[in-house]
Design a protein around this ligand. Structure first.
Ligand SMILES: Cc1ncc(C[n+]2csc(CCOP(=O)(O)OP(=O)(O)O)c2C)c(N)n1
Length: 803
């Protein structure tokens, strides 16, 4: 084979030199951003700082291997990677440190997340998808250690689907033949988390293109490595995952965090292997440092020995990079100093620009309000006090919005007794500011796009006397069949979902009909089943992840709460993952198969839709609505409803059930009973019994708990009956208390009530086993009858004597 021409060799050397110096520029840019960032916190200009110093070199190598269409799911040290990709300017970096609430200033989180939480925008302003294959993608970070792992698995899983499911091949804005690699980063100590191990095992089983880089600096805050990991090394501990000639598994690579050439090679080969062959790779980057310690919360001199601190100085990756560049002849020490000098100046310039933009917005508000307070003071009897408050506000060093708003609120309270003409200007200004501040700090908990559930088209189910009575599960089966046929992006997976079509057979026969890439089994790992779903939904698919029983949602509730439920909020509409989580719960048998922990769900999953269908007809309609929308949801089917008979709607797959609209199941005049799920049948039975003694119940099925009765249907009912009971099978103070709070706080029913509003719930313990266990643990027909009767007795003891 002929050797390379002299020209070619020279050309390659010059490209290499340009690249090396570019990488050097990024590494020192990032380092100076870290150094200046820490000072900003200590000067009181930002609340907290966590930085990527000591991890720069590996990240420029990762950026070189990262391609358009790829995804990153990492953590708070990844600033160099983001900068080197061109997805984070220094100015944006500082804007986040200051908590600048502008999306243009901080595109990752609009000031909602503390610094070091990275994200790119996947969506246009109207919520439609950008072309993800034409851009670099970073899934929005979360703070809990290792919580990026399940989503990382899901992002990689999506590539697997795109490569193998031919029905997706036209979705070229989302994937080109599943060539996209999902790159993860994690700290060495965080690999101790269960989520890390669960994700690693799943990735090995699924053989997905996931490269997980462990940034190993020997500590987790103050705790040294030997306390974290068996054998003190995650790559040693995981050696059993290593693939062999005959078995699938992981490729495991080790490299030093200061070794530029080694890093470039390792990331390039990891990327290639994952991209081409869908082999997952663990890349253990050892001997990293943390020059400024963990964060601004304290000094690492408290827990690192003198020797360790000295070692960290000597093996600093930028120092080593400089040595490498000089010894390879790419640049002289003077040239590198010159570059670093320029970089430092540029970092400072961008930092100052970020501060000017951040503080400038607040200053405008401050100046406006000062002038308004002064003019209000001229008309007010509290003139001196108001001028004093204005003066104090003006003197505030580095004022923030709270200073402005809190002064205005104090003044408005102070002058509450004065005439409207005096207060008007300030009140009007404050009310406009409240709107702006709502948008800055409180918006986007739910979708604000045209695809929000509230905008979905309502199509009623069509049933008539000829509609056949079938088992509830057959209605779901018909719905899933229709959806698999008509919506190529839809897929379902979970424990026992594939071959047998789930434990209650709503997917029976559908894997055989549509294939293993549409309806699939997973191993027993609730958290990463949800991660698979989040990742696939982030990449434009419509996954349905099944949790076999509601009781086991606990294994995944942290992920749903920290990641999925906050996603739209924490990116201010920059990313979405409209995952549908399907599960079944409420009544069946015993401590772990009949739970109804709605309180837990309602307090942790704000940001998700929560549907509680009373039967499978309603469930199928809810799924249809959700698949039209861009919001993530949890749907809890009734465990005891799969064999109950329902009429098969003629337009299965097409009819929808609106979200947040309760249904009146029975009209009545004495007492409104608000309930949902399996309790609907029990309350309806109780209503029939009570009717015989002249008590007329109005029974309302709320249908969805989030959103909750957006049209005031319950208050209309209470206006008629003047009494209300909230009934469910959660613990006391759980779902029933939530429903009562929603009505009392939001629907102003107090003046219509003739009796105290009440709740009826299960016992505080989990339900005991078997039918008797259920009877003595959960509300029964008799419980509802007696409770409703008691309310009637209190209103009219003569007509309803005590029991
Ligand atoms: C679930 C969870 N537990 C604890 C913390 C607090 N915490 C933040 S970072 C950290 C140490 C992480 O160390 P490591 O994974 O080695 O990453 P490094 O910061 O060293 O890069 C801890 C304990 C957290 N964020 N999340």
């Amino acid at each position: 084979m002929a050797g390379k021409s002299q020209d070619k060799v020279q050309q390659e050397a010059s490209i290499q030199k340009i690249q090396v110096l570019e990488d050097f520029r990024w590494a020192v840019t990032s380092r100076h951003a870290s150094l200046m960032g820490r000072k900003e916190v200590f000067m009181g200009k930002a609340k907290f700082g966590i930085f990527g110093d000591g991890k720069e070199l590996a990240q420029v190598a990762m950026a070189r291997a990262f391609q358009k269409g790829d995804f990153r799911a990492g953590y708070y040290r990844d600033q160099t990677f983001m900068m080197a990709l061109g997805e984070l300017t220094v100015q944006e970096y500082f804007a986040q440190l200051y908590a600048h609430t502008n999306v243009e200033a901080d595109p990752a989180s609009a000031g909602r997340l503390m610094n070091g939480h990275f994200a790119t925008r996947f969506l246009n302003e109207d919520g439609s998808w950008k072309s993800l294959t034409s851009q670099y993608n970073a899934a929005a970070d979360v703070s809990p250690t290792a919580a990026q792992m399940p989503k990382l698995l899901g992002l990689a899983f999506a590539s697997k689907l795109f490569r193998n499911n031919k029905g997706l091949k036209d979705l070229t804005d989302f994937s080109v033949n599943g060539n996209e690699v999902a790159w993860g980063t994690i700290g060495n100590a965080s690999t101790s988390e269960g989520m890390f191990f669960e994700s690693m095992n799943a990735a090995g089983v699924l053989q997905v293109p996931m490269v997980i880089a462990v940034w190993d600096d020997g500590f987790g805050i103050s705790v040294p490595q030997e306390f974290h990991t068996t054998k003190g090394s995650i790559s040693e501990a995981l050696i059993g995952l290593q693939r062999t000639d005959t078995e699938n598994g992981f490729e495991i690579l080790r490299v030093k965090g200061w070794d530029y050439e080694g890093l470039m090679q390792a990331f390039a080969s990891a990327g290639q292997l994952a991209r081409e062959s869908h082999v997952p790779v663990l890349l253990h980057v050892e001997e990293m440092t943390q020059p400024q310690g963990h964060s601004t919360s304290g000094s690492h001199e408290r827990y690192k020995s003198k020797e360790r601190l000295q070692w960290e100085n000597d093996w600093d990756c930028i120092l080593k990079f400089k040595e490498y560049i000089i010894s390879s002849g790419f640049a002289t020490a003077d040239h590198l100093d010159e570059i670093e000098g320029e970089v430092k100046g540029e970092v400072k310039r961008q930092k100052d620009a970020a501060w000017a933009a951040f503080s400038g917005e607040i200053k405008v508000e401050l100046e406006e309000v000062l002038s308004l307070i002064r003019s209000t003071a001229e008309r007010s009897s509290r003139k001196i006090l108001l001028l004093q408050l204005a003066d104090d506000l003006k003197k505030t060093i580095n004022p923030i919005r709270k200073d402005v708003v809190s002064t205005v609120r104090k003044i408005l309270f102070m002058i509450r007794g004065e005439g409207e003409a005096i207060k008007k200007d300030l009140k009007d200004w404050y009310s406009q500011l409240q709107e702006k501040n709502f948008d800055r700090y409180n918006s986007h908990l739910y979708s604000q796009t045209a695809a929000a559930v509230s905008h979905c088209q309502v199509i009623p189910a069509q049933v008539n006397e000829n509609s056949p009575l079938v088992d509830g599960r057959e209605i779901l089966q018909a719905f899933f069949d229709f959806t698999l046929e008509h919506n190529p992006r839809f897929l379902a997976f979970g424990e026992d979902v594939g071959k047998i079509g789930d434990v209650n057979q709503a997917f029976a026969g559908l894997q055989a009909k549509y294939g293993e890439w549409r309806v699939m089994d997973t191993s027993i790992r609730e958290c990463t089943i949800l991660g698979q779903g989040i990742g696939a939904a982030l990449r434009g698919l419509r996954p349905m992840a099944e949790i076999q029983y509601l009781d086991y949602l606990l294994y995944g509730i942290q992920l749903l709460s920290d990641d999925l439920a906050t996603l739209t909020y924490r990116t201010k509409g920059g990313q979405k993952a409209p995952l549908i989580v399907r599960t079944r719960g409420h009544r069946l048998e015993g401590v772990w198969h009949s739970g109804s922990p709605m309180g837990m769900i309602l307090s942790t999953l704000r940001g998700m839709i929560v549907c509680v269908p009373r039967n499978m007809t309603q469930a199928a309609g809810m799924y249809a609505t959700l698949l039209q929308s861009d919001e993530p949801a949890l749907v809890i089917e009734c465990l005891n409803g799969y064999r109950l008979k329902e009429q098969m709607p003629q337009n299965i797959g097409e009819y929808t059930v609106p979200m947040g609209i309760p249904e009146v199941l029975r009209e009545g005049s004495d007492l409104t009973v608000v309930t949902y799920g399996s309790m609907c049948r029990i309350v309806m039975d109780a209503a029939a019994e009570l009717a015989e003694i002249g008590v007329s119940l109005e029974v309302i099925d709320v249908q969805t708990l989030l959103p909750f009765d957006t049209q005031g249907i319950i208050s209309s009912s209470i206006q008629k009956t003047n009494r209300v009971l909230f009934a469910d099978e959660d613990v006391p103070g759980g779902g029933s208390a939530y429903m009562m709070q929603q009505i009392l706080d939001n629907q102003n029913v107090y003046s219509y009530l003739d009796a105290a509003p009440q709740t009826l719930a299960a016992q505080a313990h989990r339900p005991a086993y078997s039918t008797d266990g259920d009877y003595f643990s959960k509300p029964s027909v008799e419980d509802v009858v007696e409770k409703a009767y008691q309310i009637m007795h209190e209103s009219n003891p003569k007509k309803f004597p005590s029991l």
